[in-house]
Design a protein around this ligand. Sequence first.
Ligand SMILES: [Zn+2]
Length: 514
Amino acid sequence: MAFHILPSNRKVMQWISYRSLDNSHSVISGRRNNYRTKNAHDVVSCLFSTKAPIESDNETIQEEEIATSDETSTNNARTRKHQKKNKHQNNTTITYPPPPDSSTFPSWSYTPRPFFEFEILHQSTKSSARVGRIHTPHGTIDTPGYVAVATNAALKGVDIRDADTVGQQLIFCNTYHLLLQPGTEVVEGAGGLHKFMNRKNGPLITDSGGFQVFSLAYGSVHEELSTGGELKKRGGDKKGSLHVTGGKGGKPPVKVTEEGAIFRSYRDGKSFLLTPESTVQAQKSFGADIIIPLDELPPYHIDRNVLINSVERTHRWEARSLKEHLKDVKEQAMYCVIHGGLDRELRKKSVDYLTSLPFDGYAIGGSLGKNSKELLELLEWMMPMLNEEKDGVDRRNKPRHLLGIADEPSILGAVTRGIDTLDSCYPTRLSRHGTLLSREGKIHIKSGKYSRQYGIPIDPECACSTCQQYDRSYMWHLFKAKEPVFMTLATIHNLQYMNDLMAQQRQLILENKI
Ligand SMILES: [Zn+2]
């Protein structure tokens, strides 16, 4: 196998491209294995069984330019050796070692980080809601807090200075998009994301890239439902394996192996191998205050056996991510991502395992239901698990982040169930479509009824610069005329509204009203 190390910056991600894969790489051939469960006991037992399925029969990828990391290859040599050994012993089964337990992590990793602290200022007497502060190297985050999404290290239509003005404390950037453009080398060359986007005094969080990669494969829950279950077919087969299909020309855009996920860039068609190690290396280059391990995001519609295997793989990936992170912490905090879909037993297993490891916070991920009602039902029975103390770990003492959902009904319900931060492109996406948030309810500004509302701001109680300068009539005109500045003005307002909403929530918690 001929490896060609990209000469420009080996340190960044140690990406290696190569033209062919031999049998020593992550591509594994053999027959599928599966779990069959008869009852709940079997389900729980097989969750932590060492047996796991392989992805497909005779998987081979040839003559593709694939980016991977030599670190990854080293880290997974043991796993492959284990797989080969088992394959030799039983030609029909490939097994994976169970995720490493807490004793395999260094004792120092369980001590508090001097650069990252979460303090709970008040616990509501009426609900699980709490008011707190997360202290990071780049500033403080008041909780419960809304997290704005700046996919490409930029908020859509809004300058980062405007984000500061509206009180936006934590901003979420997407590793997947930044990997493809501008790439880790450019960001690291600038001195990291904070310097690159000139966010000197505000904390950042980056994800692993896994969410976007698996969304390519499975689509969103909304897409699954809107296709009448068509995508359900991708949710795995009865043998317990995930099928990953789709993509142009019938070629799968994503292929999942134990090593990681191989995907094609939508920009230039190049293939990348995203592994637990490579995403951590990328996030080290970006330098965000909070980083996320690689996880597998299964589709909403999924066979339970497939979900069991997916959770198990996610645990192995998150443990590998954490070990990579601990090699050089760099004043970054890493949150785990709790999985298990809507399955109580799997969620409990995920909570028990991941909270036993030295993560700095708990993110709630995986399938969260098809609507706000299902989400809140899930949180209703899951969040009490994070109020428990087990094996010397008081889970209440770490921040909880809800990934990717922050519409208003979900926010209000999640806060009272103990969520500390939430990220969503909800307010920025709404503004692009002419929907403005207000204390009177949503304003669909395209409506002709706003055309003559002179002197009335979007929200009379809002202190944002848009509401101070412009009225509904002018905003109606800008939207109808498709003026680009509308998006800027609308987004500034919607971000202000979200931060005001969270400040109001914090006050209500302090008064034990919610
Ligand atoms: Zn406003």
